[in-house]
Design a protein. Structure first.
Length: 334
């Protein structure tokens, strides 16, 4: 384990972030994401708390150059951003901020009480503008293919069918478009575009483990020409529109799972995704579908470098299971 004495100081990491270092942002994320999540989850549900962590670090990424060490520490600055956005979210939901325990003295007081709606709306517009500007810079064929793949969440096969192209050509356009974005915008801009693209896909992340590098790995995997897209079909007892898709790539230990038209899980239960290699089942994680029955997750595990022998989503206790034990909802078997 690296010595903390040799670890870069927060101020140095912030300077590197201002210069465009995604690695430095990842280090700051590891230092502060859990703390922000613990504060947020006291007044928000888990999914909203995770989204808030994502938003905080996007703000840090966008405004790192404005940090002034003479006005306070990096820790205080990031917590101030988090606390203000938490108040924004509570007000947006027409809720009064709740007083929460603060044994470490981390919450900051004295924030303005005016209507934060325009600020929240402006930030959402900014993120959409970043994504749209990045896509507009591409040649029309690449822009069209990327738009269908990300904004409409179509598989490579569906993109090819929609555009009337051979499958290989559709994959090449998607991959070339992503590479052009990275080459044109540089590492800082490309990292932000990667975040926006995955946000457009609706992918949330577990704040305790997520980093910008994880986002980039998932994005690279789903746009690779040799990635696979496997459909998990409903079992006889499941509504016919309920299904899931598994996206993986040989040799890459990352998978993205998309859930569609899932009914709400019964009280005390959750949906859990599984992948089987031989006789061994590996959990990909648990999800709580939104009001439309949709959810997505990013999973990383060394076993995912090999294509699965089978896949399934089961109903498990809310805390999750170490192995599939509940009823199967959807499944894929070659």
């Amino acid at each position: 384990m690296p010595s903390t004495q040799n670890a870069p100081r927060d101020e140095e990491l912030m300077r590197q972030v201002a210069e465009g270092s995604a690695e430095a942002l990842g280090l700051l994320h590891r230092r502060f994401a859990r703390l922000i999540f613990r504060l947020a989850v006291q007044t928000l549900d888990r999914a909203a708390a995770e989204d808030l962590v994502q938003d905080v670090f996007l703000v840090v990424w966008r405004n790192a150059g404005r940090f002034d060490p003479e006005r306070g520490t990096v820790r205080a600055w990031i917590l101030q951003i988090a606390h203000f956005r938490l108040l924004n979210e509570l007000r947006r939901r027409s809720r009064q901020p709740e007083i929460v325990p603060d044994p470490e003295g981390l919450l900051l007081a004295g924030f303005p009480t005016g209507d934060p709606g325009p600020a929240e709306t402006a930030w959402q517009r900014h993120r959409r503008a970043v994504l749209q500007s990045a896509l507009d810079s591409l040649p029309p064929p690449q822009r069209e293919a990327l738009g269908l793949a990300f904004l409409d969440d179509l598989s490579h096969e569906q993109v090819a069918a929609e555009l009337g192209l051979p499958l290989g050509t559709a994959k090449t356009r998607i991959r070339a478009g992503l590479q052009k974005l990275r080459g044109t915008l540089g590492p800082r801009g490309a990292a932000l575009v990667a975040l926006c693209l995955l946000a457009a896909l609706g992918i949330r992340y577990r704040s305790e483990h997520a980093t910008l590098a994880r986002y980039d790995r998932a994005l690279s995997m789903v746009t690779s020409s040799d990635s696979v897209n496997l459909r998990l079909a409903p079992v006889p007892e499941t509504p016919q529109e309920t299904h899931a898709r598994y996206r993986g790539r040989p040799g890459v230990a990352t998978a993205v799972v998309t859930f569609s038209h899932f009914p709400p899980a019964p009280a005390g239960q959750t949906y859990q995704a599984w992948v089987r290699h031989g006789a061994t089942w590996t959990s990909l994680g648990t999800v709580e579908p939104d009001a439309g029955g949709s959810a997505r997750l990013i999973a990383e595990d060394p076993t995912l470098a090999a294509l699965p022998d089978s896949l399934e989503v089961t109903l498990e206790p809310r805390t999750g299971s170490a192995a599939p034990s509940g009823p199967v909802v959807v499944a894929w078997v070659p």
